[in-house]
Write a protein that binds this ligand. Structure first.
Ligand code: PLP
Length: 411
């Protein structure tokens, strides 16, 4: 086999078939533009699934990558390093947290959070307080523990007995939460906006009720901000605009702008329950990932950048309202900042994928959030011209799908 000559077809021959990638193969990116192996250009509205918050090939991140890359990539957790300490200090200055643990992904950050919550409850209250309360449609990662805590059975079924002590409740249901959270609850984990579950924002009153119930029963409140964090909602972390402060916060995705890193942030009191050797990682907190994340955090925590997220969000939502006037296929536009979901009307139920595929043909990289929702998670600094151009391409894609549907009413 010629190893040089690979195409999209090669994927079907050599990869474990867990994904169904688009027909084109991206090759390079610059800002909010991506070019495929045929030289075609795309506007990027997906940001690598809410990850490349500063776009592709950001010059300041390239500089850090090159400088730290020439110095030290990895040293192992028998030694600390300056970039990781600076990153922890910076994140703690920006949040409620006093302590940080670094991993390589969102799932690992959540795994650490759930283990910490169980350990805290065990040490404070004994062996019977282990229940983790989570919500339907939630997503917390794909390790066995995190996928079991997540509220999407299609991801967790068929892998044998799930870990015990996980309770799933309807999202945004205050009464159900008040009833279920009790003496056995060790933690409640919630996304301030459910990302994978369809871009569904939590009601502020729901989050307040969770906080109260947790305080009443000695349970920890965990905010999974893997998708909502690091500027995505126009605030550095989404919790900062809810009036509710969690005990543990997890972060990943935008934190590394594509370089793998995850973080679990918490308080002094809780962190003290993780002693040397109780949990760990080989790569977590390595100097290369930490140096890059530090620069990402420096750039995104700038109030001007965050204001830019909010103004881009307003523009995007205005333009989506116009698209709705023209095509009438949006049931609801929701979300915050540059995490926006568009639920399709019943006539297009289950067909988000068709729009994503059509978008690709018209030079637009789109994302879905379940079968009925188009998701927008572009770079937080997407140039306004790219935003408008992407929406023009989306209009063409919608026109194509709607037109094809009108021509074949039997479908
Ligand atoms: C993506 C995501 C995760 C999982 O992150 P990975 O880096 O893929 O492990 C967890 N929680 C939420 C809310 C996410 O959006």
């Amino acid at each position: 086999m010629n190893e040089q000559n690979v195409t999209r077809q090669t994927f079907d021959e050599v990869m474990v078939p867990l994904f169904a990638p688009a027909s084109f193969v991206p090759e390079r990116g610059q800002g909010s533009r991506v070019w495929d192996t045929q030289g075609r250009d795309y506007v990027d509205f997906a940001g690598g699934i809410a990850v490349t918050a500063l776009g592709h090939a950001h010059p300041e991140l390239l500089k850090v990558l090159n400088e730290q890359g020439a110095k030290l990539w990895h040293i192992g957790n028998g030694y600390t390093n300056e970039p990781v300490l600076r990153l922890a200090k910076r994140l703690e200055a920006l949040t409620f947290a006093d302590r940080a643990f670094f991993a390589n992904s969102g799932a690992e950050a959540n795994e650490a959070a759930f283990k910490l919550a169980r350990r805290v409850a065990f040490e404070r209250y004994g062996a019977d307080k282990y229940e983790i309360v989570s919500f339907a449609q939630s997503f917390h990662g794909r390790t066995f523990f995190t996928v079991s805590v997540g509220g999407q059975p299609k991801y967790s079924e068929g892998f044998g007995p799930v870990p015990a002590g996980i309770v799933h409740l309807p999202y945004n249901d205050i009464d159900a939460a008040r009833q279920a959270i009790g003496p056995k609850t060790c933690a409640v984990v919630v996304e301030p906006i459910q990302g994978e579950g369809g871009v569904i924002p939590a009601d502020p009153a729901f989050l307040r009720a969770l906080r109260e119930a947790c305080d009443q029963h000695g349970a920890l409140l965990i905010f999974d901000e893997v998708q909502t964090g690091v500027g995505r909602t126009g605030h550095f972390y989404a919790y900062q605009d809810t009036g509710v402060t969690p005990d543990i916060l997890t972060s990943a995705k935008s934190l590394g702008n594509g370089f793998p890193i995850g973080a679990m942030l918490t308080t002094n009191e809780l962190a003290a329950h993780f002693k040397v050797g109780v949990h760990g990682t080989t790569y977590g907190g390595n100097p290369l990932a930490s140096a890059i994340a530090l620069k990402v955090v420096e750039l995104i925590s700038d109030p001007q950048l965050l204001a830019g997220v909010r103004s881009r969000s307003a523009l995007l939502q205005e333009e989506l309202a116009r698209l709705h006037q023209r095509f009438g296929i949006f049931r609801e536009v929701r979300g915050k900042g540059l995490l926006i979901g568009v639920e399709l009307t019943d006539a297009f139920k289950g067909r988000a994928k068709d729009f994503v595929t059509a978008a690709g043909k018209h030079g637009l990289i789109m994302l879905m959030a379940g079968p009925d929702v188009l998701r927008f998670a572009p770079s937080l600094i997407i140039p306004l011209d790219d935003l408008r151009e992407g929406l023009a391409r989306l209009a063409k894609a919608i026109d194509e799908v709607v037109g094809a549907t009108a021509e074949s009413p039997a479908r």
